[in-house]
Design a protein around this ligand. Structure first.
Ligand code: R1P
Ligand code: URA
Length: 235
């Protein structure tokens, strides 16, 4: 047990998928896991453990933003010994060639959060993905014919920005998309010597304002989950 997770010791698998939305955790467990068991109910932030192709795996909602998600990542690593943490989330595209429904694998994550300014005394730390997880996810996604981009993303503390156009500077420097958690996940993975990856589906577009239907998003989302599970569990 930890402050925000009421799973029993040993109840959470070493590999954990991390969606922001706790109802997405429920969907993942019910759709992809064999024999899912609900292991967390604190704050309604659902977490489940089951098996996928015979291997133990968990999924835990993290809430939105670096602040919330780092609480769960910290407790999963230090309280339950989790070793592979894969965020599965939605993102807004910064680039005309990165379309809605595409998959983005976050090789690294910039941030406007202050977490690492505080930690490293205003020197920069570059939060990066685990290379082997990234490579496996890329190979699997390409084999399955999913349009997949690998590169830098932005983990922002704010969803609604006062100066919307500021994203263009990040876009000019090649940043592919914006979400709100990866930089915190990659920082804690580095601190504790565990593996992390962020797999994203583009849900909206800051340049072209493209949109998808809920049904389309669900289908593409399921593709992303299977890429994440097979990359983590060697499928
Ligand atoms: O779809 P999830 O995983 O929640 O991720 C994205 O969606 C939320 C914002 O709507 C933020 O958490 C952002 O990172
Ligand atoms: O953080 C996010 C997630 C999806 N789309 C966005 O524009 N931002």
């Amino acid at each position: 047990m930890s402050l925000h997770l009421n799973a029993e010791p040993g109840q959470i698998a070493e590999t954990v998928l991390l969606p922001g939305d706790p109802l997405r955790a429920k969907h993942i467990a019910e759709t992809f896991f064999e024999n899912p068991v609900l292991h967390n109910t604190v704050r309604g932030m659902h977490g489940y453990t089951g098996t996928y192709k015979g291997q133990r795996v968990s999924v835990q909602g993290t809430g939105m933003g670096i602040a919330s998600s780092m609480i769960y990542v910290h407790e999963l690593i230090t309280g339950y010994g989790c070793k592979q943490l894969i965020r599965v989330g939605t993102a807004g595209s910064y680039q005309a060639h990165v379309h809605v429904r595409d998959i983005v694998l976050a090789q690294a994550a910039c941030t406007d959060s202050n977490i690492n300014n505080v930690r490293f005394g205003h020197k920069n730390f570059a939060p990066i993905a685990d290379f082997e997880l990234l490579l496996r996810a890329y190979q699997i996604a390409r084999e399955r014919g999913h349009t997949t981009h690998v590169g830098n993303i932005m983990s922002s503390d704010t969803f609604y920005q006062d100066q919307f156009e500021q994203f263009q500077q990040w876009a000019q420097f090649g940043v592919l998309a914006v979400e709100m958690e990866a930089a915190g996940l990659y920082t804690l993975a580095a601190k504790h010597g565990v593996k992390a990856l962020t797999v994203l589906t583009i849900s909206d577009h800051l340049v072209t304002h493209e949109e998808t239907t809920a049904e389309e998003r669900q289908l593409t989302f399921n593709a992303m989950i299977e890429v994440a599970l097979d990359a983590a569990l060697g499928g």
